[in-house]
Design a protein around this ligand. Structure first.
Ligand SMILES: *[C@@H]1O[C@H](CO)[C@@H](O)[C@H](O)[C@H]1NC(C)=O
Ligand SMILES: *[C@@H]1O[C@H](CO)[C@@H](O)[C@H](O)[C@H]1NC(C)=O
Ligand SMILES: *[C@@H]1O[C@H](CO)[C@@H](O)[C@H](O)[C@H]1NC(C)=O
Ligand SMILES: *[C@@H]1O[C@H](CO)[C@@H](O)[C@H](O)[C@H]1NC(C)=O
Ligand SMILES: *[C@@H]1O[C@H](CO)[C@@H](O)[C@H](O)[C@H]1NC(C)=O
Ligand SMILES: *[C@@H]1O[C@H](CO)[C@@H](O)[C@H](O)[C@H]1NC(C)=O
Ligand SMILES: *[C@@H]1O[C@H](CO)[C@@H](O)[C@H](O)[C@H]1NC(C)=O
Ligand SMILES: *[C@@H]1O[C@H](CO)[C@@H](O)[C@H](O)[C@H]1NC(C)=O
Ligand SMILES: *[C@@H]1O[C@H](CO)[C@@H](O)[C@H](O)[C@H]1NC(C)=O
Ligand SMILES: *[C@@H]1O[C@H](CO)[C@@H](O)[C@H](O)[C@H]1NC(C)=O
Length: 507
């Protein structure tokens, strides 16, 4: 795991015996994170081949061997893999991945100073993203007035951020569960600082948290107000195999936080929606979102202040499933209104106008079920501008469930959980008995955003709780292995046929 430097230096000359085609990172590793790329000696006409996980990286030619992306030009987009770049001019060229967190801003300039330009032969240092301490959980405590329910409070590793800085890294979180199968009673999380202070979104904007759907589910700014795993009506329980999470590889989580202290109101949307600041990205119809998050978007006069260390505080309570009479297991399933693309853009269409997206597909498209199943709870995930999401029974037009965006109503943006102007909660719908769905039955998922103003890189994800879901399906109660650096997200509408785990990119 880890997001490290992705920067390659190509020194191109007219003469020499360099290879005519060079696979960056070799044919096995390719263009990825966690590697140190050796400088490349090439002659005019040499091709650099960049092979990367589709949707996860890009190739940007940078003016200097650093990660500021000043005067940078994107040469290959997220989906252009494999990308064949022919070097047509002599000179020294630098390539980096501009996906947030993939190029290490601290390591590169120091190395660049050592590098004899234009020979650029010295290699660039690898540096792990800085964190403070390790993730840890307090010992379980019995919840008062119960004799069987335990509460565990945990903290992610500390994420130090100065004003204007962005963190978008993978972290290994401590396991809150005992090494057995438990029934989840409740889950709550929030952003705190080192003193345990609840930090408002106007200070540390929670862009998203994304990990194994059975561990801690995908959420973002709405995490304080939305209890995705609030108690389900009995006898429904989500079961978690704590033993599975003994393996740290299964507890990786992508945490994306932005310190917005001092960022002016005119720059806030640009900063927290991560607008792309290269023309090339715009030409590729990717205007903002995870791949474009950079401190360039968040100018603040406070940038020189020392960092504050932020933590994701994640609490779970669980109980032993054995004594629960007639327990019915329920499973998390994620759906995406843009069919696994995860992010989309909303363009301004005038006051009062609404951008509506919808997608119709069999609910179980990715992991065909053999038996009827039921939709028990629907919780959406939208970004600022979101209005509501719906799931409609395509055949009958019946609206099965609705989840709406709730905005902070405090007079100030500094009230944690009620931050004025921020999306602080998604409402949820719980359907008892669960809405019955047949294998192959189609649903239409709908997402509505306000189009009063533009909103780049928005999302419309459903975080659903489903009964009688095949437990071998990804997103089912029992997890499959999560590959390093990928998301174990099951989007029924996307990914390879047959219900394999989709390495979706995030919000
Ligand atoms: C690239 O060229 C430099 C300078 O001539 C040389 O020191 C270095 O070994 C070469 N690297 C490779 C990988 O051929
Ligand atoms: C960007 O390019 C322009 C024109 O080539 C140059 O004047 C400017 O200094 C460059 N900016 C940076 C930060 O390199
Ligand atoms: C890359 O382009 C060059 C020049 O067009 C070509 O010779 C080479 O075969 C291409 N390589 C790949 C992997 O497509
Ligand atoms: C726990 O409490 C329930 C009632 O709330 C009771 O029926 C049960 O016997 C108790 N179990 C233990 C182990 O004390
Ligand atoms: C998590 O649990 C701790 C300790 O019980 C508590 O102080 C904190 O407020 C809880 N956080 C949330 C988000 O519920
Ligand atoms: C829980 O996960 C462990 C480790 O992946 C696995 O060996 C075990 O079979 C699982 N238990 C159940 C009940 O599925
Ligand atoms: C889905 O969108 C199409 C047009 O894009 C519209 O005609 C249709 O009514 C929408 N369906 C729902 C359920 O919103
Ligand atoms: C503000 O929002 C909270 C929770 O969403 C709600 O309980 C409260 O009534 C609201 N207050 C006002 C004045 O609207
Ligand atoms: C969604 O994407 C999958 C995989 O790319 C494709 O097979 C499917 O047809 C798409 N579904 C819709 C409704 O566009
Ligand atoms: C997900 O990532 C793993 C490891 O990188 C890879 O083996 C697998 O093919 C990827 N799956 C998809 C659907 O891209």
């Amino acid at each position: 795991m880890g997001i490290i430097l992705g920067l390659v230096v190509a020194a191109v000359t007219f003469h020499g015996a360099a290879a005519r085609q060079i696979e960056v990172g070799g044919d096995r590793a390719g263009w990825t994170t966690g590697l140190q790329y050796d400088p490349v000696n090439a002659t005019v006409g040499t091709s650099l081949v960049f092979k990367y996980a589709r949707g996860q990286h890009n190739v940007v030619q940078v003016a200097k061997p650093d990660c500021t992306f000043a005067n940078a030009t994107q040469v290959a987009g997220l989906t252009d893999t494999p990308f064949n770049l022919t070097l047509n001019h002599p000179g020294t060229f630098y390539y980096a991945c501009s996906v947030s967190g993939h190029c290490d801003a601290d390591a590169a300039p120091k190395a660049a100073a050592k590098a004899p330009v234009p020979a650029a032969a010295s290699s660039v240092q690898i540096k792990q993203p800085t964190t403070v301490g390790q993730s840890k959980c307090a010992p379980p405590v019995l919840v008062p007035e119960t004799n069987d329910t335990f509460h565990v409070s945990c903290l992610s590793p500390g994420v130090p951020l100065s004003p204007g800085q962005v963190a978008n890294n993978y972290y290994t979180l401590a396991n809150p569960y005992p090494s057995k199968v438990v029934a989840i009673v409740q889950e709550k999380s929030q952003i705190v600082d080192g003193t345990g202070r609840a930090v408002p979104l106007s200070e540390a904007y929670a862009h998203h948290f994304f990990g194994n759907a059975r561990f801690v589910v995908a959420e973002g700014a709405e995490l304080r107000g939305t209890e995705v795993k609030e108690p389900l009506p009995q006898p429904y329980f989500q079961l978690v195999n704590g033993t599975f999470f003994d393996d740290p590889a299964n507890r990786r989580m992508n945490i994306h936080l932005i310190n917005t202290l001092g960022v002016g109101p005119e720059d806030i949307a640009r900063c927290i929606e991560c607008w792309c600041d290269t023309v090339a990205a715009f030409q590729q119809n990717y205007h903002g979102g995870t791949a474009c998050c950079s401190p360039n978007d968040c100018p603040t006069p406070r940038a020189k202040e020392p960092p504050t260390v932020y933590y994701l505080q994640y609490n779970v309570s669980y109980r032993d499933p054995q004594p629960i009479p007639d327990l019915i297991p329920a499973s998390p399933v994620l759906l995406d209104v843009v069919n696994g693309s995860v992010e989309y853009d909303v363009f301004a269409k005038g006051p009062g106008s609404v951008d509506t997206r919808n997608l119709t597909a069999p609910f179980d498209q990715q992991c065909p079920q053999v038996a009827p199943f039921g939709l028990l709870r629907c919780t959406g995930h939208q970004h600022i501008g979101g209005i509501c999401m719906e799931i409609v029974d395509t055949e009958t037009g019946h609206v099965i469930c609705t989840s709406c965006s709730v905005y902070g109503n405090s007079t100030s943006a500094d009230t944690p959980g009620q931050e004025k102007g921020y999306l602080v909660r998604m409402t949820d719908d719980t359907i008892v008995p669960p809405y019955p769905l047949q294998p192959g039955q189609k649903v239409t998922i709908v997402s509505k955003y306000s189009a009063d103003d533009k909103h780049y890189g928005v999302m419309a994800l459903w975080i659903l709780t489903v009964t009688n879901w095949d437990p071998t399906c990804p997103g089912g109660a029992l997890a499959k292995n999560t590959p390093a650096g990928s998301f174990d997200v099951y989007t029924t509408f996307a990914g390879p046929a047959g219900g394999a785990v989709t390495n979706a990119t995030a919000h």
